[in-house]
Design a protein around this ligand. Sequence first.
Ligand code: GH3
Ligand code: MG
Ligand code: MG
Length: 480
Amino acid sequence: MEPSKVLIADDSPLALRTIEKLLTEAGLAVVTARDGLEALDKVVSDDIDLVILDVMMPRMNGYQACRLLKSEPTTRGVPVVILTSKDQEGDRFWGLETGADYYITKDSEPQRIVELVRNVLAAEGSRPRGRAAEGRRTSLDILSQVNDLLDRKLYEATILSEIGRVARGLVAKDETFTAVMSLVGRVADFAVGAMAFVEEEDLDVVLMVRRPATPAVVEEVKARLLDVVVREHGGAPFARVVARLFTPSGGPGGREEKTLDGFLTVPVTTSDRLAGVLALGGRRVARMSPETVAFLGQVANQAYIVMENARLFERVRNLSVRDSLTDLYNHRHAMELVSVEFTRVGRYQEAFSLLMIDVDDFKKVNDEYGHPAGDAVLKELARVIKETVRTVDVVGRYGGEEFVAVLPHTPHGEALETAERIRLRIHDHVFPAGERKVHVTVSVGVASYPSANVDSPSTLIREADKALYRAKEAGRDRVA
Ligand code: GH3
Ligand code: MG
Ligand code: MG
């Protein structure tokens, strides 16, 4: 039987000779290369059973050579051992990324290298020979192939990172969808594209017409997408299907598609659950290369992550903005508004203020009148505070019996006046508590921007909190 043939690539002649000697003594046929490109050339044109690649080599390093070997169908099956100088995490990461099968550190025992090679070859069994014979390639072929692949990888990385960038730039779901689909259009030239999102019982579908297509074609894309989603979802129909259609202006144009001549779907799963399906229709979809179809899998995944974020953002925005008891903005949203105001004011050099309002001895109200009466008082308090401030002012429930008011265009002096007005109104107000009547008072802390100690939304809140504490310390029912 012919001995197994091992290729070693290392730019150090000494290292090359040492390993060559070890493996030859172990009864293996050895081919050597001085860099990644030479290694690639030899693997493609010779029957090599195992490749050992040094990481650092001139012209083409070990990872690059490995990636190319693993992306070429005729060499994909050849096991690759990466020879790392240290057992570094980064090396492992890149090794995995490029599809290397094994690692060994250069400074490990010589015997371990021989053992690893033996084990790998044994595990591989006898690979069919004659692969190289079917198409000997010249170095020129290799180089142009390398260039094509590098171009494609660069292109793919660019597309993926641009999709990622959409996520950072946009928040509105609809804009995100059309931006993402336009990028998908750069990978696959589709006429009608759609994304379906599985949400428990419901299915949310968005469609985009990119090249001219008849309504019948759009309908067919939708119908076929639904079929695929239901099938991928285990056959169960959805309780509710919501579909929306976008036709952004400025698409690439072309002859109107009157029949659906090409159709492709890419399912996206997250942790074993079907998250959704991306569908593309159009005559050019039928003519996509296998590489493009494979890449669409990655694109779809990335697109879903971005879209999910946009959808989540919108849901959070819509659903949890208001506090259910008082109907004021809730804590999170009130804080968001403080941040927004902070940014806006920073740009226009205006003053704004924040009031922190806390009910005095509220525990006693609860203790004496009961929790439901306490709730009624809080509700009424919210109403009174809102009535006392201007419409441009924003009132939120900060926590239990604490409220905040964001006062745009308001310097400290004016804010103190507003705070005093609120304090007085509440002081004079009669709150109903079931059959009985309650009086409550509030303490208010005021902080403004710009001012010393305030350089961020959180420092503004901290200053307001400190002022509130001073008002409480000074005896309650007052402003500080
Ligand atoms: P202080 O003057 O120091 O602010 O005294 P306090 O009693 O108001 O302050 P503390 O923070 O000790 O107690 C707040 C109380 O407010 C305790 C809690 O039961 C009550 N509370 C908080 N949220 C609610 C609510 O949603 N409904 C009702 N009824 N009571 C609430
Ligand atoms: Mg409190
Ligand atoms: Mg209180």
